[in-house]
Design a protein around this ligand. Structure first.
Ligand code: ARG
Length: 288
């Protein structure tokens, strides 16, 4: 009898170990982007200080040249399809001060936003980085890229630490109170990312369906966004950005969109709201 009991105990223990190992080894889920359902309509432009009309004019001149020649489309497409080869590394570790400061074009960005700005090893690349290098060339200045939190970009431009914000930035009235924008160079939208096996949004057939579903969720439902972005304002609500938001659910702010998507894949949050092309590219690399 004793023997039977101990055999049974060993079996139970083995089973427990097997179950816990299986759950420990749980791989992160794949994520999927509802890319055809555009939740907002936005335009990107570069941010300059209100008094810096000269730089704004030069940047607009460059944008016009790039649009007229078709080069803007070529640049954008090359970063979307991965054929671009451009990379940039700052020639100095910090921006020179005093008289030398004027020889530099200091660009504020947040380099975790492919295909607009991101790292390839320790070098910077992306649509905005390529345009930044063309702008520096046009001005006859040395480019210095200042990578910072996204929600510091506007302050940095406003107080003159940086000359221009090039960060896939959406033009809106709220930001225009503090800084000015160049002409627009790209049209974008916020989209929803969920886990591949998600059931909540499975029946959605339009952006309106997604918005209605978001409106039905409870406070346990967590949406991840990048701090200071349109995605955050769209989810949490912001009068100045023109979004009522979803007060019914919980909006969590992350320092980068990629960290939000990782938490989504690991089941810590339920959805992510991010700009469309970055969403597609970040989802792709998270799913690898
Ligand atoms: N387009 C959005 C906004 O302006 C997100 C931009 C995030 N950009 C970045 N480089 N992380 O709010």
């Amino acid at each position: 009898m004793k023997k039977v009991l101990s055999i049974a105990m060993v079996l139970v223990m083995l089973l427990c170990t097997a179950v816990s190992l299986a759950s420990c080894g749980d791989k992160q889920s794949k994520v999927t982007v509802y890319e055809e359902y555009e939740l907002t309509a936005e335009k990107y432009a570069f941010a300059v200080a209100k008094e810096n009309t000269e730089l704004k004019e030069k940047a607009n001149e460059l944008l016009k040249e790039l649009k007229d020649s078709g080069e803007l489309d070529t640049i954008i497409n090359s970063f979307f399809d991965g054929s671009a080869t451009f990379t940039y590394q700052n020639p100095v570790t910090s921006v020179p001060t005093g008289a030398d400061r004027d020889n530099y074009l200091v660009v504020a960005t947040n380099a975790y936003f492919p295909p607009f700005e991101y790292y390839e090893g320790d070098k910077l690349t992306g649509v905005d980085m390529k345009i930044a290098s063309l702008l520096a060339e046009k001005l006859g200045k040395t480019l210095y890229i200042y990578d910072m939190e996204f929600d510091s970009v506007i302050t940095s431009v406003k107080n003159g630490d940086s000359d221009i914000g090039m960060a896939g930035m959406t033009v809106n009235e709220e930001r225009l109170k503090t800084i000015d924008f160049t002409n627009e160079y790209y049209e974008s939208a916020q989209v929803l990312i969920v886990r591949e096996n998600d059931e909540v949004f499975a029946d959605c057939k339009s952006a309106d369906d997604i918005i209605a579903k978001l409106g039905e969720q409870k406070s346990e439902f967590k949406v991840g966004t990048q701090n200071g972005t349109t995605g955050y304002m769209f989810s949490a609500g912001d009068e100045g950005f023109g979004y009522d938001g979803f007060k019914n659910l919980t909006t969590s702010g992350y320092t980068t969109g990629a960290l939000a998507v990782l938490d989504l894949a690991n089941g810590k949050i339920d959805a992510v709201i991010l700009d469309k092309q970055p969403a597609i590219m970040i989802a792709k690399s998270t799913n690898k």
